[in-house]
Ligand binder design. Sequence first.
Ligand SMILES: [Zn+2]
Length: 207
Amino acid sequence: MVNPVGILSTDFSPMEISEIQPLVSLEIKICSVNAVGTSQTPQIIYRTSKGRCSTFLSKAQFLNCLLCFLQIKQVNYGKIISYQLDNSGIEVVGNNGNYFFSLSEINAFLERYNRAILEKLEVELTGVGVIVRNPIKGTVAEVNNLGCSCADMVYRQTICKHQIATHLYLQSNGWGSLGAYLQQNIGKKWEENFLVMAKAAKSDLGL
Ligand SMILES: [Zn+2]
């Protein structure tokens, strides 16, 4: 049996991103991320259209964000042993090594993570990439192994909300990560993938 490649979105149940909670139920601009007290509870300080505010995140919620960030960046951390937040950034200790990320990069990511969930972005797998639609604004972006077609990715070279929505979608559908899904499709066109699948189906039928 050949591994199926180029699975279409119609093979999956509808997107489950709506079940993931945003960090804050408004668009945010993050000022700082801290670890507070002896329990080192993650806290974000941010601005919204209504002013400056702060929110504590559960450690599980923060860790989920961090895992999403590391997996989109395809950091080979192995397993996270611990992480340390300070004024300059976050140091992640994994069993494959230590990694440091600046606070500006983490802040930019958390803002977009929140936005991807708030905007209820819709994800469609095409076999060689991913189409992400914004149902409210009607805009479309294409995510592939090189990144994303949107201005945020092209000009700011940051992880964009489309990549985050894609990652959350793929995870909830058992693909693991964007890298894992796209790796199966690099260099292959949908038609080629379809031929492989048709061949496998034929041999399964004994033809
Ligand atoms: Zn994008």
